[in-house]
Design a binder for this molecule. Structure first.
Ligand SMILES: C[S@@+](CC[C@H](N)C(=O)[O-])C[C@H]1O[C@@H](n2cnc3c(N)ncnc32)[C@H](O)[C@@H]1O
Length: 227
């Protein structure tokens, strides 16, 4: 079976359901318009959480090797424990500096707003990508999202990581300044937006607000290290 024939049921079989799975799939499909799926890739997942993105990438694309970086030790050990794919490994964020001109492609799903020093992050990503490499990063958590003020307070209460206020222009400028070509589009919605009886209402006021917010405000950055 060709990787481009990927169906979401394969991901469900491999990792079960996850509310961010539709975003991972959308991000990978959007990146395949830029880098064809039949070229073998060394891949980074920044802010990998429990490590479910890279196995999905391996189903959908040609993964040579992949490294997921995470700063939260608990999440990192879950990712390591559950990993059954010999092409994939997980490492603490403080190991990222060891990788220079190493990755063909990098992804982060909703990690940018958790980074107080965005300039440092942009420089680190520039350093670890090969020349000609791409970094794709989703961002629904930005100050131009009308739900952000509401959502920010909930995330601040419930999560241990920092929650930062960035506009899309701020992010674009920071990455432009370190040498990336910067592109932006809405993240295409490839699948249904997943409902949860408590989280959907608390986080997004209503299911319709959540769907509208995903369609309107969930963005995908492209950062290209051309030189
Ligand atoms: C909103 S969560 C998204 C998790 C995952 N990407 C997903 O799609 O489900 C952001 C993640 O970024 C991680 N993170 C924050 N700062 C980081 C850093 N400096 N290095 C690596 N991971 C980081 C957080 O611990 C958290 O797991």
């Amino acid at each position: 079976m060709k990787k481009t024939d990927f169906h979401i049921s394969q991901a469900h079989d491999l990792i079960g359901t996850h509310s961010n799975l539709p975003f991972w799939i959308s991000m990978i499909k959007a990146s395949q318009m830029v880098i064809p799926p039949d070229t073998s890739k060394v891949v980074l997942d920044f802010g990998c959480g429990e490590g479910k993105f890279l196995p999905v990438f391996d189903l959908m694309d040609d993964l040579k090797t992949g490294v997921g970086f995470e700063v939260d030790d608990k999440l990192l050990s879950i990712a390591k424990e559950r990993n059954q794919n010999s092409k994939i490994s997980y490492a603490h964020y403080d190991k990222l500096a060891n990788y220079k001109d190493y990755f063909d492609i990098a992804y982060s799903q909703e990690a940018l707003y958790t980074l107080p020093d965005l300039k440092k992050h942009a420089q680190e990503m520039f350093n670890c990508l090969k020349k000609g490499g791409y970094y794709f990063a989703t961002m629904g958590s930005h100050i131009q999202n009308p739900l952000w003020a509401h959502r920010r307070e909930i995330i601040r209460r419930e999560e241990s990581y920092p929650v930062c206020d960035y506009s899309l222009e701020q992010v674009a400028n920071v990455f432009f300044e370190v040498g990336f070509e910067v592109g932006l589009k809405r993240l295409p919605v490839e699948y249904f937006v997943i409902y949860h009886p408590e989280i959907t209402k608390a986080f997004s006021k209503s299911y319709l607000d959540l769907v509208n917010s995903v369609y309107e405000n969930k963005m995908l950055f492209l950062f290209w290290k051309e030189t």
